[in-house]
Each structure stands twice: as structure tokens, then as C-alpha cells.
Design a protein around this ligand. Sequence first.
Ligand SMILES: NC(=O)c1ccc[n+]([C@@H]2O[C@H](COP(=O)([O-])OP(=O)(O)OC[C@H]3O[C@@H](n4cnc5c(N)ncnc54)[C@H](O)[C@@H]3O)[C@@H](O)[C@H]2O)c1
Ligand SMILES: [Zn+2]
Length: 368
Amino acid sequence: MSAGHAAAAHVISAEVGETHFTVHIGDGQIAHLGSLWAERAAGEQALVVFDGNVAGHAEAAAASLREAGLRTVMAEVPPGERSKSLSELDRLCREAARAGIRRADAVVAVGGGVVGDLAGFLAASYLRGVRLVHVPTTLLAMVDSSIGGKTGVDLPEGKNLVGAIWQPSLVVMDTATLDTLPGRELSCGFAEVVKYGLLDSPELFDRVEGWPAPLPGPAGPLLDLIRDCVRHKLDVVSQDERETGLRASLNLGHTVGHGIEAAAGYERYHHGEAISLGLLAALRIAERIRGLDPAWRDRTRTVLERHGLPTRLDPEVRTPDILAAMGRDKKADSTALNMVLVDEPGVVLLRQDPPADMVISAIEELRA
Ligand SMILES: NC(=O)c1ccc[n+]([C@@H]2O[C@H](COP(=O)([O-])OP(=O)(O)OC[C@H]3O[C@@H](n4cnc5c(N)ncnc54)[C@H](O)[C@@H]3O)[C@@H](O)[C@H]2O)c1
Ligand SMILES: [Zn+2]
């Protein structure tokens, strides 16, 4: 963030399932990580998991922990989704064993959603559970993956197939880390922010709609924006930790979005880019099924475009492949396709199995 007067940090007190924890959001918060941990917990050691692209942020986190009297052990993983694997988990478990990590000690995840999901699952499974601290360094990890407790790794057969729900003991978001995040990654996180605007309220949507380029945008308002996305997700997750109902609303834009991401082979579109397209498709379907005012889709498209997100589908990504990836090619009764629809920002409903022709035409209209 720009130099000058730092806005005061936000502190959110969260309660999910049996776990109480606090989420701290501020510019420069990593410097306080050690004291925040020491105030809350009795562990003596921290295993700091990070990838090479955030080595500087991880070192700052470790320095703060050492200042508060903890011993730190650094565990680097290669950047990228491939690190969300059982073999990396195995390696980290053995590092934890060699370091003598105990149940009161902390696994500290410094990085994006990849590191958070991997280190989170390490914390959930090592010794049947040790303390977890999230220090998210991508916009996506701040507003989404560090909140809610989903942790896990991928298999060659599919993403996120092995994992656990494991809530952190502390979450520290330092918006200064976003200064080193590439623009494309900032845009991807912003797609989820737009999703929250639609899910939460006309008021949040207005703020998201007016968000100035380039990302991440003005420091003080950014803290408020992240806080409000985090609050929305915490509110939903605290009511439905294991996704038996309400939590599924967070998948707005993800039914078609995941289909596009997979059909394009995970390379052409990054997750947030596919969600950008998926949001527009979901709004189109909501227009047809629920009579949503088309102005919301126009406004959403404008803000997505302003922040470098795709709003037109690459013609090379074929509709049958998207439907196949959505599971829509199988027999009708074996596909409980869930779509999240909105009547207006803040008024959300789940709809099982929207008519196939509506889904297909919503995808086709993304090419127009
Ligand atoms: N647990 C959940 O609820 C949840 C929710 C959404 C997504 N996810 C998972 O999150 C992952 C995606 O997360 P992501 O988008 O953060 O990706 P990521 O962790 O791969 O980070 C994106 C890239 O940015 C780099 N990076 C991270 N922070 C940086 C910084 N401050 N400066 C410079 N480079 C930095 C990373 O090394 C990586 O190359 C996926 O595996 C997805 O399944 C989990
Ligand atoms: Zn997403």
C-alpha cells in the first residue's frame, strides 16, 4: 500500500463450530503476528509453510514469531497447485516430526490458497490436529480460502479430493503483502469480491462496482472491503460449517465457472477468470428463471472488465466440454446440478437442476 498514514486495523471476532478465533486485517499486520499468537496460545514452536514467491513475507512472519519467543522452522514448498499433493503433505509431516512439533504448536501458512489448503490439512491431520495460523498473501486467500476451514490436497483424479474441515486459531491479513502480488492474481481475487457484492447487499455491490482500477486500490477502503467479504463468509460458514445448505450459496458463479475452468484445461483461465464468466452466466440464468433485472448483469460485466477479468468466452472452449465438466452430460437423474441464483444483490436462492437449455444458452451468450 502507499506510504503515509496507515488506517487502523480491523479485528473480527469469529466463532465457527467449537472454535473461537480472531481475524486481523491491516497494512503491516505481519509485524504483529508474534505478539498476536503469544497473547492467545501457549505453543513454543511454529512451522512456517510458504512458497518461494512469498519467501520475504514468510521471513517477516518468522521474525515476528521469534521476537515473541517462539522457535521457528521454515518449510518451503514449490509455488503452484501441484504442491497441493499427498507427497508434499508427506514431506511436511516428516518435517514436523523432525522438528518435534507438538499439539499446542502452530503451523503457520504464509501464502495463497495453495499453501493455505496444504498447510491447513497438515495442521488438521498431524498429531490429529495442531494449531493453525493463516497469513494469506493473495486477495483470493484473504477474502475466501483462509476463511471457512476447508483444507486439503488434490489427487491426479481431481481437485480437493482429500481434506478436512479445520478452523484456524488466528488469521492475520497484511494488505502490504498484496504489493508484490501480480496483477492477474489480484484480478482473480477480485472476481470473488464481486461475488460477495452480489451475495451480500446492494450496499456492498455499490462499493464493489465503484472500485477504482488498478487493483488493489486505496488502502483504507481496501481494509473495509476485505473485512466485509470476510464477515459475509464467516456469517455463512458459522451457520453451516459443513455445507449442508446455506454455505452452498458461496458457489455463486462456480457451477458454470468450474465447468469453464476444467473444459479449458486449467491453463487458459485461472480460477477467478472462469468465475468472472460463471457469474455472468449465473446472472443470465437468474434473469430467465427469477426475473432478475438485466441491469445487474450489465453493471457486473462493467466492473469485471474494468479489473481485467474476462467477460467473453474463448470460442475454443467448447460448450459440450463445459457441460461435460459440469456433469451435465450424464443422465438427468444422476446430476443434481446446483445453481445459485440471485433475485437482487443480497437475495439469494439455490436452485437444483435448472433447465439444460437455459444453461446452454447462458454459456452461448458468453460468446456474443
Ligand atoms: N479452502 C478454501 O475454502 C478455498 C477457497 C477458494 C480457493 N481455494 C484454493 O486456493 C487455491 C488458489 O489460491 P490462490 O489463488 O491464492 O493461488 P496460489 O496460492 O497458487 O497463489 C497464486 C500465485 O501467487 C503467488 N503469490 C502468493 N502471494 C503472493 C504475494 N503476496 N506476492 C507475490 N506472489 C504471491 C503464489 O506463489 C502463486 O504463484 C486453489 O488451490 C483453490 O482450490 C481454497
Ligand atoms: Zn472461487
